[in-house]
Write a protein that binds this ligand. Structure first.
Ligand code: F6P
Length: 463
């Protein structure tokens, strides 16, 4: 088996406390992949340095070797807060209203991608498979090729790919996609995002597309593009559920909610997650059924994210305001309908919270996949499973068809589905869960890694 060199913006430092909801799915998924294959995980340390030196900090531990570099303040501003998270992130999640097109961001993005390429190159051995992750590093493959790297290089996009009509609002969109076609294999979370990408390549670049072979050919170079829906590290997550920490967390939530049903949401505090819209849906449910405030308590765990960016500060304020309004209007001296927790929790604690909650609300406005939905299903008691209410705009909805699928933009639809979930008989809950758990268990992160890496090892290679 070839060694794997994984490159991503963020690297999970060995022994870091796992905070599934806060970290996003990527870090946990890659950790598992690397443990199996061996190799190196390269990325930004998350630290700022006064002057970029390219010095690499190597750490070994927990079966995974990480290699990280520090970035300068200007790099972090223009590449991470700028082009990655104020340009590509909102645009790829269909939010052109929030997208910032600053030339300096684009230059910083290219500069950091060059820094990544120069720094990782000496760590790569001739037979390694190189696997680049996510929107922070789209041009990295082309940079590595221009430095003479001949290895097979794959790229996986963890977020949606937007429809062509939105994507062309990005200045230099063509340049960005042309760099992408230097990868041998490109993976997407779902067929929908893959089709949008192929549509762009064919309509805007005039590339030749072979739908059966899943290939895109431009200027004599062929790239394969396929959908690989990511899963959770099922065995590891289930083992977390066996711990005292998980059981304590479950008891803590159960004893504090007593006779009320707990409904839970766990999301990074991000405008794509549809949090204010979700609170509107919950508010609408209480408008329709004011007496049921004694039956239901909503627990929102929302660790802050990307706090230096204005749109993230705004969403936090909005969420606090909406939560406060509902709690002000609906609380009694002995009960509060919404508990809003602004910090991350370990995977074991989340397992316990999910198991204690008979409804899981996962209602992003747009999401590449969403692993919280899968973790919620995994944590359920088979004899008394809860109900997943899932946005139809999450990549996960294409796999988890037996969840209650909702339109997160419609408070009425969210309210209606909360009511259905709350009143769903045990038999139907079990029937739905038994189908959902098969996907969650079988299409796990190890299978995802195997599928991607074995395809990468076998695709047409044009160094
Ligand atoms: O899933 C998208 C993603 O950007 C991941 O790459 C990342 O792990 C997660 O969201 C959290 O984002 P950030 O690294 O910006 O905190």
């Amino acid at each position: 088996m070839s060694r794997l060199v994984v490159v991503s913006n963020r690297v999970a430092v060995p022994k870091a406390r796992g905070v599934a909801g806060a970290q996003g799915g990527l870090a946990g998924a890659l950790n598992s992949a690397l443990k199996k294959h061996g190799g190196i995980w390269f990325g930004w340390s998350g630290q700022e340095t006064e002057k970029f030196t390219g010095e690499i900090n190597i750490r070994r531990g927990d079966g995974v070797t990480t290699a990280t570099i520090d970035l300068e303040h200007q790099d972090i501003e223009e590449y991470y807060n700028g082009y990655a998270n104020s340009t590509l992130w909102p645009l790829f999640h269909y939010r052109i209203d929030l997208t910032e097109y600053e030339q300096e961001f684009g230059k910083g993005y290219e500069r950091v991608n060059e820094r990544f390429a120069d720094s990782v190159l000496p760590l790569i051995e001739p037979k390694d498979l190189v696997w680049v992750h996510d929107y922070h590093l789209i041009p990295l493959g082309e940079r590595l090729r221009s430095l003479g790297l001949k290895n097979r290089i794959g790229f996986f996009l963890h977020i949606p790919w937007p429809p062509t009509r939105l994507f062309v609002s990005l200045p230099f969109h063509e340049r960005l996609v042309r760099t992408m076609l230097h990868y041998d294999l490109i993976g997407f979370q779902s067929e929908e995002w893959m089709e949008s990408f192929i549509h762009y390549c064919s309509k805007e670049l005039g590339a030749e597309v072979d739908e059966d072979a899943c290939t895109i050919t431009l200027d004599g170079r062929t790239t394969t593009a396929k959908a690989y829906p990511i899963g959770i590290d099922y065995d590891h997550f289930m083992a977390q559920g066996e711990t005292g920490e998980a059981r304590q967390a479950e008891q803590r939530l159960l004893s504090s909610t007593r006779h009320r049903t707990a409904m839970i949401g766990v999301d990074r505090l991000d405008y794509t997650k549809g949090l204010p819209e979700r609170i509107d849906g919950i508010g609408r449910f209480f408008d329709f059924h004011p007496e049921r405030v004694r039956e239901l308590v909503y627990v929102q765990i929302a660790p802050p994210s990307r706090e230096d960016i204005k749109s993230y500060q705004h969403i936090r304020g909005l969420l606090e305001q909406k939560t406060g309004q509902i709690n002000g209007a609906r609380s009694e001296v002995d009960l509060v309908p919404i508990r809003y927790v602004n910090k991350g929790h370990s995977a074991a604690e989340l397992f316990g919270f999910f198991r204690a909650s008979k409804i899981g609300l996962v209602t992003p406005l747009r999401d590449g996949m969403n692993l919280v939905a899968k973790e919620y299903i995994a944590a359920q008691d088979p004899d008394n499973p809860g109900v997943l209410v899932l946005s139809r705009f999450a990549g996960a909805a294409l796999q988890l068809k037996d969840a209650l699928l909702v339109n997160p933009h419609s408070p009425d639809d969210v309210a209606h589905n909360i009511r259905l979930a709350l009143d769903m008989p045990l038999e139907e809950r079990k029937e739905r869960w038994e189908k959902l758990i098969v996907t969650v268990r079988e299409d796990n992160v190890l299978r995802w890694t195997e599928n991607f890496t074995s395809d990468l090892a076998g695709v047409d290679h044009n160094p």
